[in-house]
Design a protein around this ligand. Structure first.
Ligand code: ZN
Ligand code: ZN
Length: 411
């Protein structure tokens, strides 16, 4: 069996297609609720026939870009270089981290592609496509599916391959189209060996487990999961992060605007960076459970004291401690890292956030409380990772190791 080592971790090249699906915002509670109510019969049958459902953890901050890149590289943000969707760089510029020039580690897919192993990455949000496609990996997004091709697989028109026009990226069911692209590619190119499908958390930002939109999403997800299973591929499912309601009993967002709070207390701050910031503000209004503060050394103690006194502020770390405890690249984070409780969001100034654009009541992520993610596999976990899988101490960045190296035969 051939093995390819990527970022010091060995991965077995499979003799059949292996599919890893990242359900954006796919908090384990969505799946538990659906299984309890019997609304995901294919997932239930898969688990009854030797599949596994474990719990793992995401990177902190629990955001999309750091976790998708951890999942495809198998290593932490300290090594791959992407600590948020957005950050302030050492030169003071504020940047969306969507450009491959920020990557410091190759993906498993890029290493496989370099050795002629057929790979494909499919994303819903186009913001991830360049990162996931870096290093010669064929890649496509739902957002830009119209008019795109996959020359590696002789596909001149992705919409034609799927047999349907791509929906808008804010369409609640856009994620299903990403799954359909992956399925169509599997059927079209049987030599495909490693497929990555990354969804969008449009539904999870708007809908709690058991609510109508969530049920609609998961029901169709389950049908498509069944179609994947019927192709005979190995299927692994995880999430980039979970999701929590961050509003009060009246449905109003529960937010601390950190720049406003500190300015009022006369603590000078150079910048408050919200690493959840991305082009899809209608999902979350750029409000999440994590913030970086950039400020002069002489003001940090005062800032800590002011913030620590606010209800719902949980952790305040300086740069070095945040880099160590969250495994982040020290040059791309703030002087202070601030996290909030499950039901509290952090903003910059009240004027910066247009909450009228939100799809509904604020549900978001970024803190430690959205760190729990599912690790779901269609075959039993065997060997040295089995104990850690059962104990819940694996990460979403271990999902390719699990899927390629540690699965037993079908039950
Ligand atoms: Zn996400
Ligand atoms: Zn999100």
């Amino acid at each position: 069996m051939k093995t390819i080592t990527v970022n010091d971790r060995p991965y077995t090249v499979p003799d059949h297609p292996v599919v890893v699906i990242t359900v954006d915002g796919g908090d384990p509670r969505y799946f538990h609720d659906a299984l309890d109510r019997g609304t995901m019969p294919r997932l239930r049958r898969m688990l009854d026939n030797g599949g596994e459902f474990g719990i793992g953890r995401s990177e902190i901050p629990s955001l999309t870009n750091p976790n998708n890149i951890s999942i495809v590289t198998g290593v932490s943000p300290a090594l791959h270089g992407i600590p948020g969707n957005y950050c302030r760089l050492p030169d003071g510029s504020l940047e969306l981290l969507n450009d491959p020039k920020y990557l410091r580690a190759p993906s498993i897919h890029a290493a496989f592609a370099a050795q002629e192993v057929p790979t494909l990455t499919v994303t819903t949000k186009d913001k991830l496509r360049l990162l996931l496609g870096h290093g010669g990996v064929p890649s496509v997004s739902v957002e830009r599916a119209a008019g795109s091709a996959l020359p590696r697989y002789g596909v001149s028109d992705v919409e034609q391959l799927v047999g349907a026009a791509a929906p808008d990226v804010y369409d609640p069911l856009a994620s299903h189209y990403a799954m359909r692209i992956g399925l169509a590619a599997l059927r079209h190119a049987p030599d495909l060996r490693l497929l990555y499908v990354s969804l969008t958390d449009r539904v999870q930002h708007a809908s709690a487990p058991g609510e109508e939109l969530s049920d609609l999403f998961l029901t169709e997800f389950d049908t498509l999961l069944g179609e994947y299973l019927d192709t005979g591929c190995t299927v692994a499912i995880t999430a980039d992060h979970g999701m929590n309601a961050k509003h009060d009993e009246h449905g109003d967002p529960r937010v601390h605007y950190l720049m406003d709070v500190l300015t009022e207390r006369r603590v000078p701050v150079d910048e408050v960076v919200l690493p959840i910031t991305d082009p899809y503000v209608r999902h979350h209004g750029a409000l999440g459970g994590f913030a970086w503060l950039h400020l002069a050394p002489e003001h940090r103690t005062a800032a800590r004291e002011v913030l620590a006194a606010l209800p719902g502020i949980e952790e305040i770390w300086d740069r070095a401690d945040a880099a160590t405890s969250y495994e982040l690249p020290a040059d791309r984070i703030g002087d202070l890292a601030v996290t909030a409780s499950a039901s509290t969001a952090l903003g910059r100034t009240a004027a910066d956030h247009d909450l009228s654009q939100l799809h509904g009541k604020l549900r978001s992520h970024g803190s430690r409380h959205e760190q729990f993610v599912p690790l779901i596999l269609n075959r039993p976990v065997r060997g040295p990772l089995a104990a850690r899988f059962a104990a819940g101490t694996l990460r979403n960045r271990d999902i390719h190791d699990l899927a390629l190296n540690h699965l037993g035969s079908f039950g």
